[in-house]
Design a protein around this ligand. Sequence first.
Ligand code: PLP
Length: 401
Amino acid sequence: MSAPIYLDYAATTPADPRVVDKMMRHLGQDGVFANPASRSHMPGWLAEQAVEGARRQVADLINADPREIVWTSGATEADNLALIGFLRANRARGRHLVTSTIEHKAIIDTAIALEAEGFEVSWVAPESDGRVSPEALRRVMRPDTALVSLMAVNNELGSINDLAALSAVSHEFGARFHVDAAQASGRLALDVEAMGIDLMSLSGHKVYGPKGVGALYVRRDPDLRLEALIHGGGHERGMRSGTLPTHQIVGMGEAFELARDERERDARHVDALRQRFLDGLSECQGIHNHSPLADSVPNIVNLAFDGVDGESLLMALRGLAVSTGSACNSASVEPSYVLKGIGIPRTQALASIRFSFGRFTTADEIDRAVDEIRRALAGLRRESETLADTVPNRQTATNHR
Ligand SMILES: Cc1ncc(COP(=O)(O)O)c(C=O)c1O
């Protein structure tokens, strides 16, 4: 069997070959493998130099100072550090956190854990296009709001929040503004200065870097303090202890530099693929696109298909590597909370699939994917029509499942 066509770039991307090459040179005995905290010898200094070079590469993509980058194991840890670390360190500022109902679980579950610790959380509902409006944010802001956390790009829909406007509202109330930018780096022009961002979570593996590494941008401001979640050798200015994984870090640095150089080319490539994909499916009846075409990244297309259920369609699309809703929720049979959150009816949400494209997706792969979707849809719809003809009481039967 040939390998499926990979259309799940929003779940993770393959590492770029240039990233892999750089990582390989920082792993083995003949490379720069030493502990970057070993200041007593040359191999340690070389590793430290490599880590600091990568810190600059990551900082440059978001217009930050390298001293504002704290390495973590990924965006999940960065989100935890931002929310828990900030709120615990700033109890005197207030106990109120604001976030949205369609954030990634790394934010939602962290906010729920903070509620159990005595913090209060307000959950803003997004508009039907998956964006949080500054007016909706303003309605829940309070004098004791310490932190607002909103994502840059939604991982299931691709919708883009107006970060500058949302940060302005947060700051008007004296709150700090955290952004989960896991899906945004390499896809949007991010500028923490121009957008007024205080904390920003980043991930390596969504941008053709390795899995298991990420970063938290922490604005250099004496009033912005974080309490560490991981204690140990005092690495990363005491905010995150643990021996730095040099090979992962240089991989993320290289990926972020490539993202800076190639972002516009990647965007043009993926935009053309999205158009080709949607054009290819335009003759099929009963397809709903949940991803807005404006104010969205072109690499994510979330479609619902009338007359089929998502699981059967996913089974029929064996030649495609795609996901229903967020990859992190793939064990769940509940409809995606993100789709529910923007008002998509349950049956339609259950019949939804996220297709996501990337740097290495080809036009030929899109054409083959379109063919496969068309064939699968026609087959499943034919089957359900036949079933409806032979089982007149099908509606009742389905309700008991
Ligand atoms: C918006 C968003 N935030 C956070 C994460 C978690 O990132 P990581 O896998 O680096 O922990 C993801 C990845 O699925 C994501 O899409």
